[in-house]
Design a protein around this ligand. Structure first.
Ligand SMILES: Cc1ncc(COP(=O)(O)O)c(C=O)c1O
Length: 358
């Protein structure tokens, strides 16, 4: 588009550091994007097939059936549930609805790599507050950054990429002490894997704090990231605002049907969480045996410290052996690997590739 001038905002928006794709002639082990290692349940596949016949129709703009199922599962009124094209869309729409030039957005860093985009696309000032020495949110330091200009605080619990989680009581005390003009989004993409709390506990917080929104996703434990569905539970005003700033049909019909079916299978969620926690404990020990540190993980991935080893040769060496993990440098903290927990076979392939390499 020679001669065309893009607006100044575009220059400020960082390019999302998506995981690289690699050519590998063998079984590629993908442990870079915190995805579930399992394909969709047969009942979800059946729901998708049923929907295919109707693809000549637009999806339900109200996402009614899915929102009702989420509301039932979460024990909240359906009006308090917003559904997005991935939880990322809800984050971006929240930015659109709440932020503007001159406003401030506070979040911890390193944290989910989309947060800098949330600020940049709105023109708001990003206030990044370093994690503490254990890779946890430093809520006291975050509270000190809140000003009259702060419109939104993001808390990622468990945090991506460090996998740490804070006790919910600390988060509640932080939210309760904030001035009322500040909205809080509690990003709980990995909440199901967090052994420190029951996933339902944070939903209770929403009823007690009118400026709090809990954000969740079907991309992780439900294994539907290819379809893009996330949801928010919060005040009805939040849903109405995000619905105004995005296109009405943003969540496609297949995504709505699959998520509405997947949420009915809580027994499968429990099974997946248990399997992941078993792998988490297994891989932590394997890595420790090799002198590699992992902090305490409450998620479906490990944040592995490489000590004084250089990160890039490790990431590339693993990729050459068909194992894809995320380099810490791309996520804000070099000297680390972020490794998604896969099946035992996949995790063993990762360990074998490490042994070969180191
Ligand atoms: C903390 C966090 N929030 C949100 C998401 C995005 O999820 P979605 O696929 O629902 O957009 C991710 C995905 O990696 C994440 O790590």
């Amino acid at each position: 588009m020679k001669g065309v001038e893009f607006n100044a905002r575009v220059q400020r928006i960082p390019v999302y550091p998506a995981a690289k794709t690699w050519d590998y002639e063998g079984e590629l082990i993908q442990l870079a994007s915190n995805e579930a290692p399992w394909g969709p349940l047969p009942a979800v596949v059946a729901a998708l097939q049923g929907e295919i016949e109707r693809l000549n129709r637009y999806p339900d703009p109200g996402k009614t059936a899915l929102r009702r199922r989420i509301a039932d599962r979460c024990g909240v009124p359906v009006g308090h549930v917003a559904v997005g094209n991935g939880s990322c869309e809800l984050l971006m729409s929240a930015a659109d609805a709440l932020l503007e030039p001159g406003a401030e957005l506070v979040y911890a860093w390193p944290s989910f790599s989309i947060y800098p985009h949330v600020a940049a696309q709105s023109g708001a000032r990003a206030v990044e507050v370093p994690l503490d020495a254990d890779g946890r949110h430093d809520l006291d330091a975050m509270a000190r950054e809140v000003t009259a200009a702060t419109r939104l605080v993001l808390i990622c619990n468990p945090n991506n990429p460090t996998a740490t989680a804070l006790p919910l009581a600390e988060i509640e005390a932080f939210v309760a002490a904030l001035p009322r003009h500040v909205a809080v989004i509690l990003d709980e993409a990995y909440v199901e894997f967090n052994a420190l709390q029951d996933p339902d506990d944070s939903l209770d917080l929403v009823g007690r704090h009118p400026n709090l929104v809990v954000l969740r996703t079907f991309s992780k434990v439900y294994g539907l990231c290819g379809l893009r569905v996330g949801y928010a539970v919060g005040p009805e005003e939040f849903r109405l605002a995000v619905d105004r700033v995005r296109q009405p049909f943003s969540v496609n019909a297949l995504a709505q049907a699959a998520a509405a079916e997947a949420i009915r299978h809580q027994d499968e969620v429990t099974r997946r969480v248990e399997a992941t926690i078993v792998e988490r404990a297994w891989l932590e020990v394997e890595l420790e045996d090799r002198g590699l540190s992992t902090g305490e993980s409450q998620a479906n991935f490990l944040w592995v410290g490489l000590g004084d080893r250089e990160e890039e040769p490790v990431v590339d060496g693993l990729a050459q052996r068909g194992v894809i993990v995320r380099a810490g440098a791309a996520l804000g903290d070099p000297g680390h690997l972020r490794v998604t927990l896969g099946t035992r076979h996949q995790n063993e392939r990762f360990v074998a590739a490490l042994d070969d390499l180191l």
